[in-house]
Design a protein around this ligand. Structure first.
Ligand SMILES: Nc1ncnc2c1ncn2[C@@H]1O[C@H](COP(=O)(O)OP(=O)(O)O)[C@@H](O)[C@H]1O
Ligand SMILES: [Mg+2]
Length: 369
């Protein structure tokens, strides 16, 4: 091995050429190759209907792939039933047994696995401590809040020390504050227990907060698998650029290419220099992507001609507490957003003309949308 090379953790799960159709015609998972490393927190992120739950269900063993094979610790698992896969699961709707107490709910996976009484008691107590609900052991699910019920579901998924835990939109039913608190709790559990978690969500900020890596799904195809910061800074196509974070789009045509950059003539007038991400030829149409926080507004009449300086008409400005947004009309995009310091919006008058500027490296030439 080369000196200094880092060996990635071995794959705990491997999806190999996985396809899935429910009706025999339409593939809802198209050709999935995905390695999940031991110990990582990986999130499947994508819009509703993009195949996330189907992927998770095939890993759990509740759905069968139409084609391909899934390996768990190097063992093909197509013919291994769900309860023999050593996988814990948490769903959005908790799926607790209403007639059992909290302690009995948590003990359930242990009884399925024929754990003895002493061990069961010990593990259930530890799980109750973990979710800080020792005093509520004898209540029933109906006597708990949504957040408490989800903690119980979490404890139940973890109580038998599974090598892998799958979570499908587990916080979807909770309000924003509780959701954000639980995100941190789950992340902390992941770190202290060293387990592998495969998490499904359609919420990009949740994915960014929690994950070591994110696989972005669209229409049954993984668009990109990367660390959160890499997805944000280096999206490989327009879909990822739009799905992760806020994004301004300018339509244009590539005029010239030079190494990793290109000159682009905007459909709405003007020319800018952009990073050539997935355009390759002069003459190609492209969608430029620019993040709102990477744009500056310069008062009109200021001297200086940067490579990317465009006239903009102020439409509106919005105060949002910790920051403000200017809504501008830029090259035919009437909803071009620029992030400002709070208060900076006071100096912008609707109808006024200003100039904006952004660095070539902050402007990505992507596939047309
Ligand atoms: N049991 C099922 N039978 C038939 N079609 C299904 C079933 N489950 C999901 N689908 C379809 O498969 C596609 C992917 O669904 P799903 O995996 O649930 O997506 P996601 O979790 O990303 O919202 C959708 O078009 C959905 O309607
Ligand atoms: Mg789903």
């Amino acid at each position: 091995m080369e000196a200094g090379m880092v060996t990635p953790a071995p794959a705990l799960v491997r999806f190999s050429s996985i396809q899935k159709t429910y009706d025999g015609e339409h593939l809802v998972v198209k050709n999935l190759d995905l390695d999940i490393r031991k110990g990582e927190f990986i999130t499947l992120l994508g819009p509703s209907g993009s195949g996330k739950t189907t992927t998770l269900m095939m890993l759990a063993g509740f759905e069968v792939p139409t084609h391909g094979e899934i390996y768990l610790a190097d063992r093909p698992i197509k013919n291994v039933p769900p309860h023999k896969r050593d996988i814990g699961m948490v769903f959005q709707n908790y799926a607790l047994f209403p007639h059992l107490t909290i302690a009995e709910n948590i003990a359930f996976p242990l009884s399925v696995r024929k754990s003895n009484k002493a061990e069961t008691q010990e593990r259930v107590s530890a799980a109750l401590r973990m979710i800080k609900m020792e005093t509520l052991a004898h209540r029933r699910p109906g006597q708990l809040s949504g957040g408490q019920q989800q903690r119980v579901a979490l404890a139940r998924a973890l109580v038998f020390n599974p090598q892998l835990v799958l979570m499908d939109e587990p916080l979807g039913a909770l309000d924003k504050r509780l959701r954000e608190q639980m995100q941190l709790e789950i992340k902390q559990l992941h770190e202290t227990m060293g387990i592998t978690i495969v998490y499904v969500t359609h919420d990009q900020s949740e994915a960014l907060t929690m994950s070591d890596r994110i696989a972005v799904f669209n229409d049954g195809i993984v668009q990109q698998i990367d660390r959160p910061d890499a997805l944000y800074e280096h999206p490989v196509n327009s879909f990822v650029a739009h799905f992760i974070g806020e994004n301004n789009v300018l339509a244009g045509t590539v005029e010239t290419m030079e190494k990793n950059y290109c000159r682009v003539a905007l459909a709405g007038g003007g020319t800018v220099t952009a990073r050539a991400v997935n355009v390759s030829d002069a003459g190609a149409s492209t969608s430029l992507s620019v993040r709102p926080e990477r744009v500056s507004i310069v008062p009109d009449g200021t001297s200086g001609e940067g490579p990317n300086r465009l006239p903009a008409r102020v439409q509106n400005s919005i105060y949002l507490g910790d920051h403000a947004l200017a809504v501008l009309d830029v090259a035919g995009n009437a909803e071009f957003m620029v992030k400002l310091q709070p208060g900076a919006h006071h100096s912008l008058r609707p109808g006024e003309t200003v100039s904006i500027t952004f660095r070539p490296e902050d402007c990505l030439a992507l596939d047309p949308v």
